[in-house]
Design a protein. Structure first.
Length: 825
């Protein structure tokens, strides 16, 4: 009875996992009766259950089998057969599934393990709304949106399919965008409506929504143009309104453009052969091609010409049929479609001509740059890749090589797609409704082959190239956005004097000493890379000792490493004693462009542009966000192929991420610059200028409500920007010298708008220094109204300090209200 069988190996399947109690009983009885044989078993496998007709006869239900299994487990306990409860639960829970035969115990997760796996790269559809209460778009507004677009598809359904976002979330995002809400405002203050999506996901939905709206507008314009030309038919209009992308719209509209040549199908229709093509598909037994012959008329002079015209009309119908295009796309998705690039003949010819020839050294030198450009694409001279596996940077590189006429690109579609497509068209989609002669079947076969080779194959090639380019551009823009966000949100270095150094050889190293508040204390130029290094080092020590400067910021431009070596040598020799000096190297991309910009001239009118670069380099470490927003994002040097992507889309995305970073960090309205204020959600250049003028005339802002007094600040603008603006008591007291400025009333608006003067409070609100939106102040005040034994003085947390103007806070009530448990709220 003390013998215990060996534990089953995880690799070997357990054949008794379905609860065969008879097998377990016999196995246990056999091994307990012969303990000597159990010491050296011949086969580790469990014995098979003998198939006896008596056992099969009763055919007990599943409940009976489970009872026998439970009984067998009790018998196993008598022989000390140890089986964990979790193993039994997992074993019986998987009964009847494919996992029941694996015999592998499931891994248990430690209850105290709070580590998380990496998030999924692709966005998955959400199963339910936040808190189980989705907010749907009103039916009236949804119908008006459908009528406004005037397309044959549902905007919300298509948007949900393209973005992999739930329908109710797409409907809410559309409603919020139509109400002119910004992305930062939606992400922070409308989380319940967008199911807690992040800013990038909301921006993707916004971009697809704008693309669909622009497609609908362009479709309407095309319909009006064709109607004016007199070529619009009901079938053509339906085909135009069924398009889901700009590429499909161009495919349908291209034959009817004024600048395009008259297509073969339109020439055949002009001859009146459209009725013959319709008769061939509907009533082929009544069609006689000889009846359409008109001697002396080009295109109708013989039976062959009539048949050719009918083929062209049928080929055009097949190429524009939605069901046919869907089927051929499905075939391509199941096949190995690849993109292939090779070196062009013109590039090879230029490379051969660029070889140096005796007596023509000048010509060889002039062709050197072209030769270098050709060598950059050597990796793609013989390149083939599946379109589903090609990387975005490879697509952009191939496109650039093709635009430079260095590469030749083509899309390879297997021949099996053509054969399957032809067979399906002849036997199913384009099969005549009644009996047709062999010569008419030949016309249909020729039309299918002509349509695939002349119309459908080029359309598929353009479609694949467009999709690859679009995906590559989106990924390139997304990389720009990620890098820019990372650069903007770098932790600042505050509370110390900094020396910014713009290194150089010939024109020297430009210096700018900045105060802890980024004020310019002194600027100078030193020549560290000549014979007078001791004298220049003494000048550096004098400047750093005078202003107690212990931090040096060096730009990563020309002479960067030499300047770094110079400072490192001085620091190692304790040349600046008693100062403990340290240095760092920062990216100076865009500093020279900013130094000659109108903003830099207005901010530093008395400084040389080279010295402005040194100031910008130093401020990038003191406050990266406030300094980098002054520079055009595409000049910061944070991405690749920026000249190959859409300039408008890139600018929109980069401006959006700048607005997102500035808004989420927040700005102190009393000390921030006008340039930084422009990027707050809900503000623009005009409103930022008005806020700056109001601040100069009436002193610092005491509370957020005073923003309503600013010229050009309406209810919508105030709603969007109020939550991202801070009013800190430290800067307020320093700016106003502990005196509240006089707050004027906003003058009454014009009679046409029906507005009256605005009365605002002149007292400081502690919630104005938090991220709580003014529309939620009543909720915060309701929480703070509860009395509790733990007062704010006993809980000096950031929230307690922010709400120090109230009597007390019930922290347990707040914790349960926001779904948080534990101390330190």
């Amino acid at each position: 009875e003390e013998w215990r069988p060996p534990k089953p190996k995880s690799k070997a399947p357990n054949k008794t996992a379905r609860g065969t109690a008879t097998g377990e009983k016999k196995t246990t009885a056999k091994k307990t009766a012969k303990p000597k044989e159990a010491k050296a078993p011949k086969e580790p496998k469990a014995p098979k259950v003998p198939k006896e007709p008596k056992l099969r006869a009763p055919r007990k239900p599943a409940a009976g089998r489970k009872t026998q299994a439970a009984k067998s487990l009790k018998d196993s306990e008598r022989v000390s057969f140890i089986v964990s409860e979790s193993y039994q639960r997992d074993r019986w829970a998987d009964e009847g599934s494919s996992q029941a035969w694996l015999g592998v115990k499931k891994e248990e997760v430690d209850a105290e393990d709070f580590t998380f796996d990496e998030p999924c790269l692709k966005k998955q559809k959400t199963s339910a709304a936040c808190m189980g209460r989705p907010t749907n778009l009103p039916s009236s507004e949804a119908q008006s949106l459908r009528n406004e677009l005037n397309m044959n598809w549902d905007l919300i359904e298509v948007l949900s399919h393209l973005t992999c976002v739930e329908r109710w979330v797409c409907a809410n995002i559309i409603m919020l965008l139509r109400e002119e809400n910004t992305v930062p405002f939606m992400v922070r203050y409308r989380k319940d409506m967008i199911n807690h999506m992040d800013a990038d996901a909301v921006r993707d939905v916004q971009m697809v929504y704008e693309e669909l709206c622009s497609l609908a507008k362009r479709t309407q314009s095309v319909v009006q143009t064709l109607k004016k030309d007199g070529v619009l038919t009901t079938e053509l209009e339906q085909n135009l309104r069924n398009c889901h992308s700009a590429d499909e719209l161009d495919h349908v509209y291209s034959p009817y453009k004024k600048g395009s040549k008259l297509t073969k199908a339109r020439r055949a229709k002009a001859l009146g052969l459209e009725d013959a093509a319709s008769a061939l598909m509907n009533t082929p037994h009544t069609l006689d091609l000889r009846a359409w012959i008109k001697p002396g008329t080009e295109g109708l002079s013989s039976v062959e010409e009539v048949a050719t015209g009918v083929e062209h009309i049928l080929a055009d119908m097949m190429a524009k049929d939605p069901e046919t295009l869907t089927y051929v796309k499905t075939l391509c998705e199941k096949s190995f479609v690849s993109i292939q690039s090779s070196v062009s003949k013109s590039a090879l010819k230029e490379k051969e001509q660029a070889k140096p020839v005796q007596g023509h050294k000048t010509k060889a030198g002039a062709e050197q740059n072209k030769n270098k450009d050709i060598d950059k694409f050597q990796l793609y001279f013989d390149f083939t890749c599946n379109i589903q596996r090609i990387q975005p940077h490879q697509t952009l590189a191939i496109n650039r090589g093709e635009s430079l006429k260095i590469l030749t690109v083509k899309v390879n579609i297997p021949d099996r797609v053509k054969s399957d497509f032809t067979r399906w068209c002849i036997n199913n989609r384009w099969r005549p409704k009644t009996f047709a002669k062999e010569e008419l079947h030949a016309i249909i076969r020729n039309a299918v082959e002509d349509s695939y080779k002349r119309l459908i194959l080029p359309f598929l090639t353009r479609s694949y190239r467009t999709k690859l380019t679009s995906a590559a551009e989106k990924e390139s823009i997304a990389m720009f956005v990620r890098n820019l966000r990372q650069r903007l949100l770098v932790c600042p270095v505050r509370g110390c004097v900094i020396m910014g150094v713009d290194p150089g050889f010939r024109h020297g190293c430009k210096l700018a000493i900045l105060s802890p508040t980024s004020q310019i204390l002194q600027t100078d130029v030193v020549y560290l890379h000549n014979s007078n290094q001791p004298r220049e080092a003494e000048k550096l020590r004098h400047l750093m000792t005078k202003y107690s400067c212990s931090r040096v910021v060096i730009g990563n431009g020309t002479a960067c490493r030499e300047t770094e070596s110079f400072f490192a040598d001085l620091i190692s020799r304790r040349y600046f004693h008693p100062l403990d000096v340290s240095y760092c190297i920062t990216n100076e991309a865009g500093a020279s462009i900013y130094s000659v910009s109108p903003e830099a001239v207005q901010e530093m009118p008395d400084l040389d542009p080279n010295l402005r670069s040194a100031v910008s380099i130093g401020r990038r470490v003191q406050d990266p966000l406030a300094e980098l927003v002054k520079i055009d994002p595409k000049h910061i040097g944070i991405g690749t192929y920026q000249h190959d992507v859409s300039a408008g889309a890139l600018k929109t995305a980069l401006d959006g991420v700048v607005q997102e970073c500035v808004s989420f960090v927040g700005v102190d309205i009393n000390i921030c610059s006008e340039i930084l204020m422009r990027h707050v959600a809900g503000l623009n250049a005009g409103r930022a200028r008005s806020i700056t003028e109001w601040r100069e005339q009436h002193g610092p802002f005491i509370n957020r409500e005073q923003l309503k007094l600013v010229k050009g600040m309406g209810p919508k603008s105030y709603q969007q920007c109020a939550g991202f603006i801070r009013i800190n008591p430290q800067t307020l007291s320093r700016s106003s010298s502990n005196q509240a400025p006089e707050v004027p009333e906003k003058p009454a608006a014009k009679k046409g708008k029906g507005k009256t003067g605005v009365n605002v409070s002149t007292s400081f609100n502690p919630l104005d220094q938090t991220c709580i939106h003014p529309e939620s102040y009543h909720v915060a005040q309701r929480y703070s109204a509860h009395k509790h034994t733990r007062t704010l003085e006993q809980q000096p947390t950031p929230l307690a300090k922010a709400c120090s103007g109230y009597d007390g806070v019930d922290f347990d009530t707040i914790s349960h209200g926001v779904g948080y448990s534990g101390g330190g709220l």
